[in-house]
Design a protein around this ligand. Sequence first.
Ligand code: GLY
Ligand code: MN
Ligand code: MN
Length: 431
Amino acid sequence: MDYTIYKNRRNNLKDLLPENSVLLIPGADTQYRNADSSFPFRQDSNFYYMSGFCEPASLMAIVNNKDGINSIVFVPPKDKLKEIWDGYRAGPIGAVEDFLFDKAFDNTHIDTMLPDILHGSEQVLYPIGKKPGFDQKVIDWTTAASSKDRHSKSINIMDASSLIGNIRLIKDDHEIDLIRKACDISSEAHIAAMKAVKEGDSEQNIEGLYIHEFSKRGARYPAYNPIVAGGENACVLHYVENNQMLNDSDLLLVDAGCEYEMYAADITRTFPVSGKFSEEQLKVYEIVLEAMNAAIDCVKEGNSVMKPQEISEKVITKGLVKIGLLEGDPEELHKSGAYKDFYMHKIGHWLGLDVHDAGDYMEGSDFMKFKPGMITTIEPGIYISSSMDVDDKWKGIGVRIEDDILVTKDGNENLTKKVPSDPHEIESLMS
Ligand code: GLY
Ligand code: MN
Ligand code: MN
């Protein structure tokens, strides 16, 4: 494996970091589910983006001074016994030779060495408030660095979240290849689920099917907890219990995407358990699909990131009036926000190493404009819970459709179009 791509990312910080500054990026720690049973380790996304290095309890310090970029990493020390139990560690030598850091040290030396590394710099940047306990550590290291020489310049602490997030916002070719693969695998899993679901099935069984379909294509983990929601459960936006039986007459909403080599896909499809949409289900579905297509058309270079949001609200409002779920003038209803009873979330979010990926949505006081290399989800929905004051025939219908859209030079590319969203194509796939 060649880690030059990560070294280049660190070196590219030369033009982005202030002169005479240090960027600190903490890696993730092992998380425990209960007692001493740990969750599978997942590296922090910022740390991974700048290193490709996947051992816990590591810390990166990228120093930018007149000599250029000097990247330093603290990693778990080599340890014969621990390596017998838990597996190979690169150690400081491996971190330099394989991961191409300029310098590397045991992470047991962090507290003693960090003040020296920060000493003489004017700014220390790091993602503030993201890792429990880390804020206090930075303050302690900075205080210790300043106290080394009371006549040196003071060290300002600054948030690096936007700086790193906005670098991650524009995906390079390597990242696009991996996200494309995550999207392909996830699309194939959705197709398999549409083909497999049958009367008497359970949400849990379908969840298991997705995990298996991901895993057999090389993606061991989902990128987030899958939402497998039969019938009215779809109206709970973050439903993850996934423990109910499916009714033949219900829709099944599945929001599931895999993580492939650290990159996420995020797909939602809503399909009838029986393989055939009812009249009311189809009417609601077609409004969401129209909103979806109109919103995707707006994802292009130069458009505001709010444009797909606005168009989806308008299409959904008009559709709800058409089928009698809202009454009045669509423009007035849009202005008053009446659609929010049915469509209460935003149209999408950035996608990348994290499913809700890093990167700002505002640029100064304006909304960000789409640029080639950005990837956003588009995910309109309509949710009609049985507590709503509507005709009974609509109750319990929840529909969301979600695709992953890459902004290109000429418009956009739908990375998840492989899995059908057209209701007739879904029905024919399920027949
Ligand atoms: N799967 C989480 C989301 O769609 O935002
Ligand atoms: Mn999403
Ligand atoms: Mn989703």
